[in-house]
Design a protein around this ligand. Structure first.
Ligand code: 4AD
Ligand code: MG
Length: 441
C-alpha cells in the first residue's frame, strides 16, 4: 500500500498492474451493485480502496456478511484510476479470500472512540491510525537515539534489571529483589573504570543505556508509568556544562530543533516563580486571568514556591511555556536536600551540580547531574542521609580506584514520545502501559 499510495504520484504509475493486498478491513460499504472495502495492510496509515462487483471470485462471502470490519483478508485485483476524490488509484477486485473472520463485536469501528476506551483494548489499538502513528514516531525516536549516541562515540551498555540496590536512594523501587529504578550505576562503572582508547574506534569513556526501568511511585498522573524506558548516557572527564551540552545536542538531534535552549539556575527559577505567583494572585483578586494563569491558580500554583522546595509540574510548565515562550529550559544547581546523594556538591555547600531539562506540555523530560567523584564527600553525604556505606561498597570502590569527574543524565523515553507526538497521556506513548493496578495484557 505504501508503494501504491505513498509516492508523489500516489500510485498512478502502477495503473494496470495486478497486485495482491493482504490486510485488515477498516470499513466496508455495500451498495446495490458495488461494494467498497477500505483495507489496511499495516505498511502505512493509508488504506487501499478496493472496489468489488458481483463478478469477483469470493463475492458471496461479502454478500453473506461474512467479511466485516476487523476481518483479515487477501485481495487480488488491478490498479485502476479512482473515480473518488480521496485517492488517485483504487483496486478493482478480481478475487477476495477471507483469512480470519472478525466477530461483529469488534471494538474499533469507524466511529470515534476515546483514548480511555482504547487503553482497555491495548492489544487492538495499534490498528487505529493514532496508535499506528505513535508507534512509528516511537520507533523513529529509538532509531535516532542509537544513531545519535553511536555517531558521537558512545558505547551502548546492557544494564541489569534485577538488582539489590536502591540506586536513587529514593525508596521508589519495586521489591522482587528489586527492579532497577535507574541504570545510572551500571553506566557509571565503565565510565569510571575503563580508560579512553587511543585509536578512537572504541571510546569507553562515553557510554549509554536504553532500556526498561521500574518505579513503584503511586502517582496516577499523565506523565508517570510504573514501567518506562530510560535513556542514560554517562560521560567521563565531564562536568555539568558538558552534561547540559550533551542533553541539548541529543534533543535537538532527535527532534530536529535548532533553537538554543534557555538555561538558568534553580535560585533564579524560584525568583521568577515567586514573581509569577504574585502576578497570578493579583490577577486572581481582580478576577481577570488568561487561560494559563487561571488554570495555574486553580491547580495551586501559588502554594509552594520558596527556595528549597522541589518544582511542581505546574511550576515547570510555567517556566517553559510562559516565562520562556515554549522553549526547553534547563534548570541547574538545585538545593542538595531535594536531590540524590550521588550528585556533586557545589562550593556553596548548599546546592549540587544537578540539572533538569523542562519542555512545554510535559515539564521534566531529563534529570541529570555531575556525579560526586570525591570519596570523602560521597561518604559524608551517605552518612548525612543515614544510608549504609556497606550497601554502596562497590560504588565507593569506583572512587578508590582512579575516579574522574563525570556526569550523565536520564531521559524518560515515553515523555519524549509524548513531547514529539503531542499525546496528552503517557499511557498512550507506550504500547502496553504499566501503571499501579494495570498489568492485564
Ligand atoms: O530524574 P530521574 O529520577 O533521574 C534518574 O533516574 C537519574 N539516575 C538519571 C541519571 O542521571 N542517569 O529520572 C530521569 C527521567 C525523568 O526526567 C523523567 O523523564 C523520567 O526519567 N521518569 C519517568 N518517566 C515515566 N514514568 C516515571 N515514573 C518516571 N520517573 C522518571
Ligand atoms: Mg528527576
Amino acid at each position: 500500500i505504501v508503494d501504491v499510495k505513498g509516492g508523489p504520484d500516489e500510485g498512478l504509475d502502477r495503473v494496470g498492474l495486478m497486485i495482491v493486498v493482504a490486510g485488515w478491513v477498516r470499513t466496508l460499504r455495500a451498495q446495490s451493485s458495488v461494494t467498497f472495502i477500505e483495507v489496511n495492510d499495516g505498511s502505512c496509515l493509508s488504506n487501499m480502496q478496493c472496489v468489488m462487483t458481483s463478478d469477483a471470485e469470493g463475492y458471496d462471502q461479502v454478500k453473506s456478511g461474512l467479511i466485516t470490519t476487523g476481518a483479515s483478508i487477501w485481495i487480488q485485483g488491478n490498479v485502476v484510476p479512482s473515480q473518488g476524490s480521496k485517492q488517485k488509484v483504487e483496486l478493482k477486485v478480481n478475487k477476495i479470500v477471507l483469512v480470519g473472520k472478525s466477530d461483529p463485536s469488534y471494538p474499533i469501528q469507524k466511529k470515534r472512540v476515546s483514548r480511555e476506551f482504547l487503553r482497555t483494548k491495548a492489544h487492538l489499538r495499534p490498528r487505529t491510525n493514532t496508535f499506528g502513528a505513535v508507534a512509528r514516531v516511537r520507533n523513529a525516536l529509538a532509531y535516532a537515539t542509537h544513531k545519535f549516541f553511536q555517531e558521537n562515540g558512545f558505547i551502548w551498555i546492557s544494564s541489569p534489571i534485577i538488582t539489590a540496590s536502591d540506586c536513587e536512594g529514593a525508596g521508589e523501587q519495586f521489591c522482587v529483589t528489586t527492579l532497577i529504578p535507574s541504570s545510572r550505576e551500571a553506566v557509571e562503572s565503565p565510565v569510571d573504570a575503563i580508560p579512553k582508547t587511543k585509536d578512537g574506534l572504541i571510546d569507553w569513556s562515553q557510554v549509554y543505556t536504553f532500556g526498561p526501568t521500574f518505579r513503584a511511585e503511586n502517582s496516577n498522573t499523565s506523565r508517570h508509568l510504573a514501567e518506562f524506558w530510560m535513556i542514560e548516557p554517562e560521560l567521563a572527564f565531564a562536568d555539568l556544562k558538558d552534561d547540559m551540552a550533551c542533553a541539548t545536542a541529543y534533543l535537538q538531534y532527535v527532534t530536529v530543533a535548532e533553537r538554543d535552549f534557555v538555561q538558568l539556575s534553580y535560585t533564579d527559577a524560584i525568583e521568577l516563580l515567586i514573581k509569577a505567583k504574585k502576578k497570578f494572585e493579583f490577577l486572581f483578586s481582580l478576577e481577570i486571568f488568561d487561560n494559563f494563569s487561571g488554570c495555574m491558580v486553580q491547580r495551586g500554583f501559588s502554594l509552594l514556591v520558596k527556595w528549597g522546595c522541589d518544582l511542581q509540574s505546574e511550576h515547570e510548565r510555567y517556566l517553559t511555556e510562559e516565562a520562556f515562550g515554549g522553549c526547553p529550559v534547563i534548570v541547574s544547581d538545585y538545593p542538595k536536600e531535594i536531590k540524590a546523594f550521588y550528585m556533586r556538591q557545589n562550593d556553596d555547600g548548599r546546592t549540587v551540580a544537578a540539572m533538569d531539562m523542562l519542555v512545554p506540555r510535559i515539564g521534566e523530560l531529563i534529570g541529570g547531574s555531575q556525579r560526586e567523584e570525591r570519596l570523602e564527600y560521597l561518604e559524608g553525604r551517605l552518612d548525612e542521609l543515614k544510608l549504609n556505606r556497606d550497601t554502596y561498597w562497590w560504588y565507593l570502590d569506583l572512587r578508590h580506584y582512579g575516579s574522574v569527574p563525570h556526569a550523565g543524565f536520564g531521559l524518560g523515553f515515553e515523555r519524549l514520545v509524548q513531547f514529539a507526538t503531542g499525546v496528552e497521556n503517557i499511557r498512550d506513548a507506550i504500547p502496553f502501559p504499566r501503571t499501579p493496578g494495570s498489568a492485564e495484557f
